[in-house]
Design a protein around this ligand. Structure first.
Ligand code: IPE
Ligand code: IPE
Ligand code: MG
Length: 231
C-alpha cells in the first residue's frame, strides 16, 4: 500500500457520549491524527490523506466551525510542524481555502512552505474539501485555459487530472472510514474509483496504531484487478 486515505468521522459522538462539548471530540481527534501519521510512517507509506473538514461541514454552527479551525491551527503549529521538521514529512493541503479563517490560512501557509521540499512521507490534509467542488473547480480552470488558447477540442481524463487538487499524488489504494457509516461524504470521488474501501465502527478519537497495522495486513491479502481478468 502506497497511499491510504482516512475519513476521520465520529469526533462529535465521542465527546457527546462523555457529556463533553463536540469540540472536545475534535481536540481528541487531533491526537489520533499524530498516532495515524506515526503508524503510516512505520508502515512505510508514501502518502497518508486525512479528511479533516468537508465543504458541507461549513453548514455546522459557527461555534463548532471556528472551534475546529482553532484546533487544527494549534495542532499544525504546535504538533505537526515540529514533527514534520524532525521526520522530513511533506504536508500538503487540498480544498477551498477561500472559506477558512485567516488564522488557519497562516498556519497552513507556514506548514506548507516549511515542508514543501521535504522528501519523506506526504501527509495530505483535506480541509474545506468536497469532491464535487474539486471537480467543478478543475473543469473551470481547464476550460479557461483552453479558451485562452483557442482550443475547442473535447477533453480526456488525463487532461483534467492536472487541475485536480491532488495533482502529482498517487490515487489512494485504500479508503478507511471511521465512525460506523459506510459512505464517502464527497471524499476524492475521481481518485478513489479503484480504491479498496474499509469501514470501522470505532470513533476516530479511539484510533490506535495497531488498527492501521491490522488494516495493512488485510490490504496485503487483496488482489486488485483494475478491470483485468485475475490470474
Ligand atoms: C468528524 O467528526 C470531524 C468533522 C466532520 C469535522 P464529526 O464531528 O462528524 O463527528 P460525529 O459524526 O458527529 O460523531
Ligand atoms: C465526513 O464526516 C467528513 C469528515 C470526516 C471531514 P461527516 O460527519 O461530515 O459526514 P456525514 O455528514 O455524516 O456524511
Ligand atoms: Mg460525522
Amino acid at each position: 500500500m502506497k497511499h491510504l486515505a482516512i475519513i476521520m468521522d465520529g469526533n462529535g459522538r465521542w465527546a457527546t457520549m462523555r457529556g463533553l462539548e463536540r469540540t472536545a471530540g475534535h481536540a481528541e481527534g487531533a491526537k489520533a491524527v499524530l498516532r495515524a501519521v506515526e503508524a503510516a510512517e512505520q508502515l512505510g507509506l508514501e502518502c497518508l490523506s486525512l479528511y479533516a473538514f468537508s465543504t458541507e461541514n461549513h453548514r455546522r454552527s459557527k461555534r463548532e466551525v471556528l472551534g475546529i479551525f482553532g484546533i487544527i491551527a494549534e495542532f499544525l503549529d504546535e504538533v505537526l510542524l515540529p514533527y514534520a521538521m524532525r521526520k522530513g514529512l511533506r504536508i500538503r493541503f487540498i480544498g477551498d481555502m477561500s472559506r477558512i479563517t485567516s488564522e488557519l490560512m497562516s498556519s497552513i501557509a507556514r506548514v506548507n512552505a516549511a515542508t514543501i521540499n521535504h522528501t519523506g512521507m506526504t501527509v495530505i490534509i483535506a480541509l474545506s474539501y468536497g469532491g464535487r467542488e474539486e471537480v467543478v473547480h478543475a473543469v473551470n480552470l481547464l476550460i479557461e485555459n483552453k479558451l485562452l488558447n483557442g482550443d475547442y477540442r473535447k477533453i480526456s481524463y488525463e487532461e483534467l487530472e492536472p487541475y485536480l487538487y491532488t495533482v502529482n499524488l498517487p490515487d489512494p489504494d485504500a479508503v478507511w472510514r471511521f465512525g460506523g457509516y459506510q459512505r464517502l461524504s464527497g471524499f476524492m470521488p475521481l481518485q478513489t474509483t479503484y480504491s479498496e474501501l474499509f469501514f470501522s465502527d470505532k470513533l476516530w478519537p479511539d484510533f490506535q496504531a495497531e488498527d492501521m497495522f491490522a488494516l495493512a495486513a488485510r490490504f496485503a491479502q487483496i488482489k486488485r484487478n483494475f478491470g483485468e481478468v485475475s490470474q
